[in-house]
Design a protein around this ligand. Sequence first.
Ligand SMILES: Nc1ncnc2c1ncn2[C@@H]1O[C@H](COP(=O)(O)OP(=O)(O)OP(=O)(O)O)[C@@H](O)[C@H]1O
Ligand SMILES: O=P(O)(O)OC[C@H]1O[C@H](OP(=O)(O)OP(=O)(O)O)[C@H](O)[C@@H]1O
Length: 222
Amino acid sequence: MAGPLVIAIPKGRILKEALPLLARAGVEPEAAFADEDSRALRFATNRPDIELIRVRAFDVATFVAHGAAQIGIVGSDVLMEFDYSELYAPVDLNIGHCRVSVAEPVALAASDDPRSWSHVRVATKYPSLTARHFAARGVQAECVKLNGAMEIAPVLGLADRIVDLVSSGRTLKENGLVEVEVIAEVSARLIVNRAAFKTRSAEIGPIVAGVRAAVERLGRAA
Ligand SMILES: Nc1ncnc2c1ncn2[C@@H]1O[C@H](COP(=O)(O)OP(=O)(O)OP(=O)(O)O)[C@@H](O)[C@H]1O
Ligand SMILES: O=P(O)(O)OC[C@H]1O[C@H](OP(=O)(O)OP(=O)(O)O)[C@H](O)[C@@H]1O
């Protein structure tokens, strides 16, 4: 008998939007899950057959790809970066909307034409996605991997350009940067480990269907 199904949820901004969706799909975590002071990483739910883990956004994809969790919620930015063949992403959750873009200092952009680039040095949390994007355009990209605060890299001379998430554009603006190219639109997805989807379909299928129905109901109500 397999143990409980494990659903991996990212800490941070997607968490708040994801919980109402899960609740509408009939999965509600114990109170400690929403307590930011709690140091626990693994939580029971109202369903004895389902537990939740709270991990970093990038690690959600890794846990699910390796089958340590069977289901997860993750931004499509993370899926594009890892490109794991073990992951199936059956539901666009219509939350966590933003875009992954190339940005550069306002002064550089004034006289720059992205179509003329042959080589770029880019600070990013997404080196794989960035290299693929530029390779497809015939541009050689040298990536400097950072884990956050990419926006300060250009002014400090670490890289001329950045590839990062943009939503309102406020972070770019406050750091003297401007968006020059959109690489992809981003939203959060429900992901499932492909092998588990086959071997535990009786348990996973209804959860996927429940989340899909919750997204559709919320979309109609909006
Ligand atoms: N400004 C934004 N607007 C909307 N969605 C966003 C925004 N920034 C990030 N996201 C989405 O939320 C996900 C998690 O981002 P968040 O900033 O909460 O985590 P993080 O700080 O990158 O994670 P960690 O601290 O684990 O490295 C991203 O992968 C993306 O899909
Ligand atoms: O266009 P905006 O609305 O300003 O949003 C963009 C910012 O949001 C994300 O960072 P977040 O706030 O999640 O902080 P982080 O650096 O910890 O990822 C992203 O990395 C940008 O820095």
